[in-house]
Ligand binder design. Structure first.
Ligand SMILES: [Zn+2]
Ligand SMILES: [Zn+2]
Length: 559
């Protein structure tokens, strides 16, 4: 079925499989099936709408509105919300029922939900707080221990300055890396160890500057090789020569010169049409261990999923999801945590929830509608407690009312988002100018990139990690690319000495953007394999310089 997007006016397909899944995911309340309508927007606009509610990396200093303690938060101090330190937010010191209201059938639902969202206190950061240990400076992260400034990351230990890490130990400056240890600036790697500057590699160890490598050890500046040891620039060199070259890479100038050579070398090799390993019957990119996944990106362990982005733990039978931990039967959810089942249109559902509709910031709850900030509750509507019978009678009536206003089946509109558009990751994937944002009636915040002034003595980094003194920690460094100030923490210095790679010359925020730019955009193109001519769906845009191969041709081409 062809449809026109209500937001961007592009034509888009609603597939039979989409409609089947919507039918399967339609909630049943008190024996009444609340059928989910066909989407009115194209998949991109739907994703943009979900992303526009998520601020991963912009953090600010402010105070807790209950205790007055200084905290950091992803909600700016000038934003009109009550923000509590997570310790307070997860405690009995406040009661979300205080903000309850009665559903008003004479007004649109989202207007009423927005009033509730505006009033209910919010946690300073979005984490799996109750499952974390010593992780006060992490955001959209959970089940971590002793981590600092990691985002969209779960089940890690001793990791710093990274984005989208899963099950990693002592990794720094990495992007979307899984089950790895002692890795630095690795992007889209799985099960790697003791390595730096790797991209799209799996099962590699003690290596530097590799792309598309599998099962390699002690290799430098190689692309598209498997099960090799002591290779440099795609040739065998022997142990001694490797050792000599590796020892030089403690120096910043040597790393930059190696990077320059490697950038050229890697262009000589074909790329696989999609990034990922251990997938079966999938269409999308950057997928690991997925089965029957359609138009899914940046995810692991998906099963029967459609339009899922950043799913980082097992997800089954889900559609239109942005960022989710483990769950089943979910539709149109943005940021769903652990053990989330049978929920639709939920925004920041933290942990252990089922049968929730249009809820935000709730946890350990089930069977609620349009609620904000509840914990251990059931049968609530707009934070008001009802009996099971009242709930089952009222919800189908509200849904009927929402069908009339055109709201049923739509996720939270961007206009009621609690972050400004340019604070959210929607701006990373769908960048808009201030004027464009304002014209759509969305929020814009002028000070997002404002460079805060750190206190301390300014310093410059020595060329080699060997000459870097312990007292560099606490001094102020200036990002070579953005001019933003940053600091080095002692654990970071220890990591760099252990791995023998130089400290970064750029701030985390610049590295995050650079790493994002190293990856393909989430758009699939129809192309033909550059070797055999087979039809492929790939995120490599036609006209790009790389040779793109289908799976069999690619596997055959590896050395
Ligand atoms: Zn659209
Ligand atoms: Zn081919």
């Amino acid at each position: 079925m062809q449809q026109t997007c209500a937001q961007c006016s592009a034509a888009f397909s609603v597939h039979n499989e989409d409609l089947q899944m919507l039918d399967e995911l339609s909630p049943v309340i008190g024996g009444v099936k609340l059928s989910l309508p066909s989407p009115t927007m194209c998949p991109d606009c739907r994703l943009q709408r979900r992303q526009a509610h998520v601020n991963h990396v912009n953090l600010y200093e402010r105070t807790c509105d209950l205790s007055g303690a200084p905290i950091i938060s992803n909600t700016h101090p000038s934003a009109p919300y009550t923000v509590y330190d997570q310790e307070v937010w997860y405690s009995d010191k406040w009661d979300a029922h205080k903000y309850q209201r009665k559903y008003d059938f004479s007004r649109p639902f989202f207007e009423q939900l927005k009033e509730l969202i505006d009033e209910v206190p919010r946690p300073n950061l979005m984490t799996g707080y109750e499952f974390d240990e010593n992780c006060d400076y992490t955001n959209y992260a959970g089940k971590n221990k002793d981590c600092y400034l990691i985002f969209d990351s779960d089940e890690n230990r001793d990791c710093f300055y990274s984005y989208s890490l899963n099950h990693c130990v002592n990794c720094v400056g990495c992007y979307r890396t899984r089950k790895s240890e002692l890795c630095y600036e690795c992007v889209d790697c799985v099960k790697c160890y003791g390595s730096a500057y790797l991209q799209d590699c799996d099962n590699c160890a003690d290596s530097v500057f590799l792309k598309n490598c599998t099962g390699c050890k002690n290799c430098l500046m190689c692309s598209n090789i498997k099960n090799k040891e002591y290779w440099v620039e795609n040739k065998p060199v022997g142990k001694e020569e490797f050792g000599k070259l590796r020892a030089m890479l403690g120096s910043h100038s040597a790393v930059e010169s190696a990077r320059g050579r490697f950038e050229k070398l890697k262009l000589e090799f074909p790329q696989k049409y999609m990034h990922g390993v251990q997938n079966e019957d999938v269409e999308g990119d950057y997928l690991v261990n997925c089965k029957n996944a359609f138009n899914c990106f940046d995810s692991e362990d998906l099963w029967d999923c459609r339009y899922v982005y950043q799913g980082f733990m097992p997800l089954k039978t889900c559609m239109d999801i942005h960022e989710c931990g483990e769950g089943e039967r979910l539709y149109e959810c943005s940021v769903a945590g652990y053990e989330i089942n049978s929920c639709c249109f939920c925004n920041h559902t933290l942990a252990n929830m089922s049968d929730m509709l249009y809820c935000s910031l709730c946890h350990h709850s089930n069977h609620c509608f349009g609620c904000v900030g509840l914990r251990r509750k059931k049968y609530c509507i707009l934070n008001k407690q009802h009996s099971k019978e009242e709930y089952e009678e009222l919800v189908p009536k509200i849904v009927e009312h929402m069908r009339g206003t055109g709201e049923w089946g739509e996720f939270f509109p961007v206009s009621i988002a609690t972050y400004a558009y340019n604070e959210t990751i929607a701006q990373d994937y769908y960048p808009l100018t201030k004027d464009e944002v304002k014209r759509r009636g969305w929020q814009w915040f002028d000070d997002v990139e404002k460079k805060e002034q750190k206190t301390g003595e300014p310093a410059e980094l020595p060329d080699s990690i060997d000459d870097t003194p312990e007292d560099i920690c606490g001094k102020i460094l200036t990002c070579e690319e953005s001019g933003r100030q940053y600091k080095v923490i002692p654990q970071e210095l220890e990591f760099h000495k252990k791995l023998h790679v130089p400290l970064p010359r750029t701030s985390f925020f610049k590295r995050y953007r650079n790493q994002l730019a190293m990856r393909n955009k989430r758009i699939l193109h129809n192309r033909k394999c550059d070797k055999c001519g087979a039809a492929i769906r790939t995120s490599y845009q036609p006209g790009r310089p790389e040779q793109i191969y289908c799976e069999p041709c690619y596997q055959e081409s590896l050395s």
